[in-house]
Design a protein around this ligand. Structure first.
Ligand code: IFM
Length: 496
């Protein structure tokens, strides 16, 4: 493994960790080809922040039937950790380990969505959502990660999916959003190749139960985050810090994705399926050849490792060379694996939050203002660059944005309102960037705000609020934030 890789791994760990110090602010000239200046994220005045699309001069209309959505995941909102036969996941273990989560928070109750799903469905309808992306909890379906299905777990998702259809909202279900059954972790977790096959078995159970009632399936949410946060920095479950294991895990996650795609095809159903990748545009931090080369390799680890294998059937040669032929990942690749991983998909789910600026030495630096999540630089043009890059490099595969959003310091006012104007500005600017990509031919069919509700933000616990809808945790009361009112109008206008 090269020096650059080791730096990359260390920087990734730092970038992912909550305590990342803000790095050097770079000069503004070097990135002229990729960054278009601060215009997209400068604070704007109140009237403009909350403006809707009524002004024809600035109105950007989206295609008819555009899938306006919002997203959540099971462990982050459901709670009901012991209800109806649910087994334990690695996040139960991790969050109950002292010192792992801010304020000692856990997902035991979260937003209590498991009990309050009907109320939440009504809120989605009131918001005007056309698409709702949620995840299915593997340990609710197979408490030990193998064997017969737990009917009560499946019934919850049947009720949820039926409730969405009753309200005219299209379900989009993610099969795995990080809550691996603890029993499978006890057999080695994603380091164990067999877990990929267990995932395909679980997927088959879910496909058989929900079938075509779910028109779009997503396989694995952000494999990169599992790799980097779970196995490099260790601030996510299972809390490992082992670079050699990390990339073997990457391979097995990709394999699990491909096996699930094949499992869906084997059912003969008509639903569509694809992976959900968080993509970070990697820009050179200065105009030296060394920075360009470092950014290119960084991009390999951040993006091409996942995109190339799923869409072209190859791992990027520069990343494989950098990992080395003696790495566990390279040694773990078997003959047919890349055929499986690149099984044809129907759409690609893209999650965009932040750019990365890579220095000549392989480090990273911040260039734009950050949100409360200090790994997140606010740079809307990165959305445009990401969407257009995927179409340019991989062809016109249908795209959906399945996550985009930010945490803001939301407070429930005495008047019962939550004035999250920063979220409105952020979403407006990112939607405008997505609109620009569509106008240039990117086949983007839907956009999901992260998140529908405030929720359990992993190692940050409940301190960061990412929702359109405020959750008052002591009472579980839900309140539309200003951004929710704004987004409802965007949806009604089909324009921003
Ligand atoms: O909350 C997470 C989500 O689970 C995965 N994508 C990023 C979000 C914000 O950090």
């Amino acid at each position: 493994m090269s020096i650059l890789t080791r730096r990359h791994l260390l920087r990734r760990a730092a970038l992912s960790a909550a305590a990342t110090p803000v790095g050097a602010v770079l000069g503004t000239t070097a990135l002229a080809t990729t960054a278009t200046g601060l215009g997209g994220c400068q604070p704007t005045d109140q009237a403009d922040d909350t403006a809707t699309a009524s002004d024809p001069a600035t109105r950007r209309s989206f295609p008819p039937d555009f899938g306006w959505g919002a997203a959540t995941s099971a462990y982050q909102i459901e709670g009901a950790a012991k209800e109806d036969g649910r087994g334990e996941s690695i996040w139960d273990t991790f969050s109950h380990t002292p010192g792992r989560i801010r304020n000692g928070d856990t997902g035991d109750v979260a937003a209590d969505h498991y009990q309050r799903y009907a109320e939440d469905l009504d809120l989605m309808r009131d918001l005007g959502l056309r698409s709702y992306r949620f995840s299915i909890s593997w340990p609710r379906i197979q408490p030990d990660g193998t064997g017969a299905a737990n009917r009560r777990g499946l019934d919850f998702y049947r009720r949820l999916v039926d409730g969405l259809h009753e309200r005219g909202i299209a379900p989009m279900a993610t099969l795995f959003h990080w809550d691996l059954p603890q029993s499978l972790q006890d057999t080695g977790g994603w380091e164990n190749r067999d877990v990929a096959q267990r995932f395909a078995d679980y997927a088959t159970i879910v496909f058989d139960a929900l079938g075509d009632r779910v028109p779009v399936w997503l396989t694995i949410n952000e494999p990169k985050t599992v790799v980097q946060n779970g196995y490099l920095s260790g601030h996510h479950a299972p809390g490992r810090q082992d670079p050699d294991a990390a990339y073997l895990v990457a391979h097995h996650l990709q394999l699990a994705h491909g096996l699930a795609v094949r499992a869906l095809r084997a059912t003969g159903g008509t639903s569509r399926i694809g992976p959900a990748f968080n993509l970070h545009p990697c820009y050179p931090g200065d105009d030296t050849a060394a920075a360009a080369a470092a950014a290119r390799l960084y991009d390999g680890y951040e993006n091409r490792l996942y995109l190339d294998s799923a869409l072209t059937g190859n791992y990027p040669a520069d990343v494989l060379a950098d990992l080395g032929s003696d790495s566990r990942m390279v040694r773990g690749i078997r003959d047919d694996d890349l055929d499986i991983i690149s099984s044809p998909i129907d759409l690609l789910a893209v999650q965009y939050y932040t750019p990365i600026y890579v220095t000549a030495s392989g480090g990273t630096a911040h260039r734009w203002p950050t949100s409360e999540a200090d790994w997140q630089q606010i740079y809307p043009d990165g959305m445009y660059d990401t969407l257009t890059r995927v179409t340019r490099d991989y062809g016109p595969i249908p795209l959906t944005v399945t996550e985009n959003g930010l945490p803001t310091p939301d407070v429930l006012g005495a008047d019962g309102t939550v004035a999250d104007d920063g979220r409105v500005t952020y979403l407006r600017d990112h939607l405008r960037a997505a609109h620009r990509a569509i106008a240039e031919g990117v086949p983007l069919e839907s956009f999901h705000v992260w998140s529908l509700l405030d929720n359990f933000e992993w190692a940050e616990g409940y301190e960061q609020r990412w929702g359109l809808i405020y959750v008052d945790y002591p009472t579980q009361r839900r309140v539309f934030k200003r951004s929710a009112h704004w987004y409802r109008q965007v949806i009604a206008d089909n324009a921003v």
